[in-house]
Design a protein around this ligand. Structure first.
Ligand code: NAD
Length: 415
């Protein structure tokens, strides 16, 4: 990762030159990045309804992630200052201790068909017809077998609700490198009439579940005490303990993890609402808990572990229509959705490590305010070198307002 050392000090064109050399970006891709031409209106008009424009979010990279001994440059799309820097710093410290180890489950997603007003013996009828139901479900997913995935199994439970008896049928499909929603929803709509015919009742919902508990990714890292210091380790452990005992802190603790996870999901064109929904439901399964854990090993080093469901894809959805997503995936250089989910788990863990390390020691406002000051300088009208000069002065005066930035800029320009 030598080529990426001091990356943050380079100009944007210099950074893109490095990515061309190190990640094989083409001239065209470099131009797309330099023009921040993420999406042209014509393409975007085919993606959603009533289009009126495109909202851009900054795209950065966190180089230096070593995961299962492979080096990654991680693209992150986020508007919040300090997140990319935090991830990059945590990755660097992790790499000095051997990096992250990670693994992921097979990419199996589930979807549900709801039958309402079913007879008392609905579950028995489901079991009697299961072979035929599974055979048809398999045929409906044949396309996935080409990629090594396909239908896995069907199961059902009878729910006695205030609106009567309902049969909740669940279908499991290995969706390989897709997120899987379209694949599964299409299959569910295909299988539903057969279910109604064999079991009785009325078909209602036919939809994927975003709680992807069969599709989890895990990452682990040992941060050596010589590298990060004993006080930082104690601060991180104290911070983690508060999240374990207090849900108000726990929500923010998990938000720190999602700062990393969502930023990669967004950069790679993934459905981050699906990711968020699944992760929060998973965190709440036994009472809302942190998604990771921190503890000390016998050498006094800090061990961080994370496990979370990650329904993300490297194909399908808007990934192929969004040029930035394609470039981001090229920079990341992952070969499968499973590999992408391992990277996201490691980034989430790194992000939380970075946040707790800062919070437990010097606090996060110092770093945040430095970037915030640059924003204020730009808002006040500063250009080129003026931005740094104005933001430096704002830091010295510790007055972070646009008015102060305007006053400083006026003085700087000799007016
Ligand atoms: P998709 O249907 O666009 O793409 C998947 C297709 O890609 C597969 O059917 C297959 O033909 C093809 N493919 C090529 N190479 C493949 C490989 N190696 N592995 C697997 N498939 C491969 O996408 P999808 O992932 O089924 O659906 C994702 C989209 O659905 C997202 O845009 C999401 O926002 C949306 N969605 C989400 C929800 C939800 O989360 N609740 C509901 C509806 C729609």
């Amino acid at each position: 990762m030598g080529a990426f050392s001091g990356f943050y000090k380079k100009t944007i064109p210099e950074r893109i030159e490095i990515l061309k050399a190190e990640r094989g970006l083409t001239e065209e891709e470099a131009k797309t990045l330099l023009n921040s031409g993420a999406l042209d209106l014509e393409t975007a008009d085919h993606m959603i309804e009533n289009l009126i424009g495109v909202n851009h979010i900054p795209l950065g990279v966190a180089p230096g992630f070593v995961i299962n001994k492979k080096e990654y440059v991680v693209p992150m799309c986020i508007e919040e200052p300090s997140v990319v820097a935090g991830a990059a710093k945590a990755a660097k410290l992790a790499a000095q201790s051997g990096g992250f180890s990670a693994d992921a489950d097979e990419p199996v997603m589930s979807g549900q068909v709801q039958l309402v007003g079913v007879p008392e013996d609905a579950l028995i009828k489901f079991e009697e017809n299961k072979e035929e139901i599974e055979k048809v479900a398999k045929e409906l997913c044949l396309g996935m077998e080409r990629y090594g995935g396909g239908f896995r199994k069907a199961e059902a439970s009878l729910l006695d609700t205030k609106r009567g008896k309902m049969l909740n049928t669940v279908f499991l499909v290995d969706v390989r490198d897709a997120m899987g929603a379209n694949t599964i929803n299409t299959m569910l709509e295909g299988i539903a009439p057969l279910l109604a015919e064999k079991i009785g009742g009325k078909i209602r919902l036919r939809i994927i579940s975003n709680l992807a508990t069969r599709r989890k990714a895990r990452a682990k890292c040992i941060w050596k005490k010589e590298r990060i210091g004993e006080d930082a380790i104690e601060g991180i452990l104290d911070g983690y303990e508060l999240a374990l005992h207090d849900i108000y802190r726990c929500a923010t603790h998990n938000k720190g993890i999602l700062n990393g996870v969502d930023a990669v999901a967004l950069a790679t064109g993934n459905d981050w609402r699906a990711v968020e929904a699944g992760i929060h439901a998973f965190a709440a399964m036994d009472g809302y808990k942190p998604l990771n854990k921190f503890y000390k090993n016998e050498d006094g080093d800090l061990v961080g572990e994370i496990e979370l469901p990650l329904a993300v894809g490297t194909v399908g959805g808007s990934i192929k229509t969004n040029p930035i997503a394609k470039i981001a995936l090229k920079i990341l250089d992952v070969k499968s959705a499973q590999e992408l989910s391992m990277v996201m788990a490691a980034v989430g863990l790194a992000q939380n490590f970075a946040a707790l390390r800062a919070l437990g020691t010097e606090g996060i406002q110092k770093g945040h305010m430095k970037l915030h000051a640059s924003n204020l300088a730009v808002l006040a009208g500063a250009k080129g070198d003026e931005v740094d000069a104005v933001s430096k002065k704002l830091g010295e005066e510790k007055e972070y307002t646009v008015e102060a930035a305007k006053r400083i800029l006026k003085k700087l320009r000799g007016k």
